[in-house]
Design a protein around this ligand. Structure first.
Ligand SMILES: Nc1ncnc2c1ncn2[C@@H]1O[C@H](COP(=O)(O)OP(=O)(O)OP(=O)(O)O)[C@@H](O)[C@H]1O
Length: 265
């Protein structure tokens, strides 16, 4: 469970203060898949960093599984956009996944089993001995997801994880994330720029306003649970939902003086 209460975050320094988050209140229930969208610079990454205990809120409170976040919380994993920077190039894929497990104090045999299972879960059963740089971008992001799964998190945060991969790989990874979420039942908060991706993946889409950032709308995604890249995306309800989200984000951009895209989606 994620509970964000009146969260405000400003960055300061050298006489210039930036209000990254104005006032966000948001709850994500256990096991829910929520996607967050909003105009560029509205504080999505800042929000995830506060949840992950990597940044201290200026005011307000963030709780993960009932505990106030004051540092990286137990049972929480984050997958970042820059897989190239999040994997250690001098460690093999299996060692990358095993590393955080060492801090859990698990015996070696158990760690190895978890590494094998996690790689299998992301379709990379044979990649354990490779180095990350020997793999494609999409495969490296699978490794980053495998590492997060291996940690058996109750909560998974994903920050634009597929922004740097090609469209076909992106579609495969989206389906992988849905499969992993269903299999492991974690609470998922997924930040994306891509409105279609948010509607395709989520049970709910949280729309953030532009600065001063607040939750503009919480939209339930009432699409069937079984999602399919072709069928779901051509479903009339999918088109309706993504059009609604698109219009709201354009509105938010307009309100902030950013020029909205002139044509309808
Ligand atoms: N370390 C920092 N120091 C100062 N300002 C920062 C810092 N990090 C982010 N900001 C500012 O805070 C605001 C929110 O940034 P953030 O990266 O959280 O937004 P975002 O919604 O994730 O952006 P995007 O959609 O473009 O990735 C921006 O104005 C940004 O310039």
């Amino acid at each position: 469970m994620l509970e964000i209460s009146s969260l405000r975050k400003t960055y300061g320094g050298q006489g210039r203060e930036v209000e990254a988050i104005g006032n966000i209140t948001l709850t994500v229930a256990d096991g829910q898949f929520a996607c967050v969208v909003g105009p560029s610079g509205c504080g999505k990454t800042t929000l995830l960093r506060c949840l992950g205990g990597l940044l201290t809120p200026t005011s307000g409170e963030v709780r993960v599984n009932g505990q106030v976040v004051t540092g990286p919380p137990d049972g929480l994993a984050i997958v970042f956009q820059e897989y190239g920077r999040s994997l250690f190039p001098w460690l093999r894929v299996g060692e990358n996944i095993e590393l955080p497990l060492k801090s859990k104090g698990l015996p070696r045999a158990e760690r190895q089993q978890i590494v094998t299972d996690s790689l299998k879960a992301v379709g990379l059963a044979d990649a354990g001995k490779a180095y990350p740089w020997q793999l494609s971008g999409g495969m490296q992001q699978r490794v980053a997801i495998a590492r997060a799964i291996a940690f058996q998190p109750k909560v998974m945060l994903m920050d634009e994880p597929f922004a740097a991969v090609d469209a076909q790989t992106r579609a495969d990874l989206e389906d992988l994330v849905r499969t992993v979420w269903k299999r492991f039942g974690m609470t998922m908060l997924f930040v994306t720029h891509d409105i279609d991706e948010a509607v395709y993946l989520g049970q709910r889409v949280v729309m953030l306003s532009s600065s001063p950032t607040h939750v503009m709308e919480n939209l339930d995604i009432d699409l069937p649970d079984d999602r399919d890249q072709l069928k779901t995306r051509s479903d009339a309800r999918f088109v309706e939902l993504r059009t609604h989200v698109y219009a709201r984000i354009q509105e938010a951009k307009g309100a902030n003086g950013q020029s909205p895209v002139p044509t309808a989606p």
